[in-house]
Design a protein around this ligand. Structure first.
Ligand code: SF4
Length: 411
């Protein structure tokens, strides 16, 4: 049994339902965007009163709430930044996540004691000298750039032992330094630095000679075309041991815009992998690794952490399509013995063979939809998103369990 303090698991939350799901499925902390000051402006940012309420709820459970204020400030934003920090003092999150050096200065001056400052991954910290600089600047935790290797993390921790280190462990990656890319701004007018990236790096490209407009030459990295900038998704589930042993204090899942189902599955997989490592297993069981194949994702890579010098492993040149082996059908609202009320999120039909999942991967069970009723008792053959239906499950279910089905086209 390993005795050291456990690596913390931090999950994204774009709304209250996702936040509660992340905690229920095993996250130690969640991060959300502070309205108007966060890079993820397309996540369903919560308003101030929501955040205040969540912060109160979170404080009572011993879990932590981190508020992202990681937009880069223009001169005119400084006043807004001061006002935001003063408002945040009324919420008292466990920490604020900041990218901009000016914002750090504002936070140090106005933030109430006890609220920690985490440096965003957008600051691209990759070495021990930078870590020491940020330590002197009042930063309590650095969320390192995804471009760092596990070997370098060890050196950074050794040089700055008092500095908490966090890394992204799962989710999408940029082909540029995180968010420092103008492709989306130039091609669509939507800025990655304002959280509005349209992901042109994943698109399919042709070669055109300037005097022959309209003549597209396929640059064939394979028969289907060329996706020369298309990054795979990060997946470090198999490396919890190396991450912990390198001195990482916290691992974070990317994806404030991802679905509730995605968050539940990824959180419970990493929760199990972390717990399994601290109970003495070097590698997580196969079932946990397989769980990450059941969400919508691109091909996986371990990014720069493991094979720093081999970027060929990080790009996926065949297609920009996602793999999706399972469809998410709904959330269990409540259950009375075997009668389960389900909030439907995707079409569900009688005859479907489904899987019911909860926070514990070991307790997943299979069910068949034999009978389905409307809330007022009418028999249904199929139900659509937005409906509530009653189902009879052999093994029952608990509020917050999720129902999924194999995607027949992809499995
Ligand atoms: S276009 Fe791609 S590389 Fe550029 S910011 Fe968006 S996701 Fe990152």
């Amino acid at each position: 049994m390993r005795k050291k303090h456990k690596v913390q698991l931090v999950a994204p939350a774009g709304n209250i339902e996702k936040l509660r799901t992340a905690f229920m499925y095993g996250a130690d902390a969640v991060y959300i965007g502070y309205p108007g000051m966060s890079l993820r402006s397309y996540a369903e940012n919560l308003d101030f009163s929501d955040i205040k309420r969540i912060s109160g709820e979170t404080g009572k459970t011993g879990k932590k709430l981190y508020l992202a204020l990681n937009a880069y400030l223009k001169e005119a934003d400084l006043k807004k930044a001061r006002a935001a920090i003063k408002k945040i003092n009324a919420i008292k999150p466990a920490a604020v996540i900041i990218s901009d050096a000016g914002m750090i200065k504002v936070a140090r001056r106005f933030l109430c004691p006890g609220v920690k400052i985490h440096l965003s991954t957008q600051a691209n910290t990759l070495n021990s000298s930078a870590a020491l600089f940020w330590k002197k600047s009042g930063v309590d935790r650095i969320i390192l750039g995804r471009e760092v290797s596990l070997k370098d993390i060890r050196s950074i921790k050794k040089a700055a032992p008092g500095m908490e280190l966090e890394i992204f462990c799962h989710g999408a990656m940029c082909v540029s330094y995180s968010g420092r890319c103008l492709l989306s701004s130039v091609m669509t007018g939507r800025s990655a630095n304002e959280g509005k990236c349209t992901h042109p790096c994943r698109w399919k490209y042709y070669l055109v000679e300037e005097t022959r407009p309209g003549e597209y030459f396929q640059v064939e990295s394979f028969a289907g075309g060329s996706y020369i900038l298309n990054s795979k998704d990060l997946n470090m589930i198999n490396y919890i041991a190396e991450i912990a042993e390198a001195g990482v204090d916290s691992i974070k899942i990317e994806g404030r815009m991802k679905s509730l189902y995605y968050i539940a599955c990824v959180v419970r997989a990493y929760r199990s992998a972390i717990d399994s490592y601290y109970s003495g297993e070097k590698r997580p069981p196969k079932k946990i690794i397989e769980e990450l194949e059941k969400i919508s994702h691109r091909k996986y890579t371990t990014g720069f952490y493991v094979n720093r010098d081999s970027d060929s492993d990080m790009l996926f040149t065949d297609t920009s399509a996602y793999e999706r082996k399972y469809d998410f059908l709904g959330v269990v609202e409540n259950a009375d013995d075997n009668i389960v009320t389900l909030e439907v999120r995707n079409k569900i039909r009688t005859g479907d063979s489904v899987e019911v999942i909860g926070p514990d991967i070991g307790q997943d069970r299979k069910e068949k939809i034999n009978l389905m009723f409307e809330e007022n008792g009418g028999v249904l053959k199929e139900a659509n998103p937005g409906m509530k239906v009653k189902l009879n499950f052999k093994h029952g279910a608990c509020a917050g369990d999720l129902v999924r089905k194999k995607n027949e086209q992809q499995s």
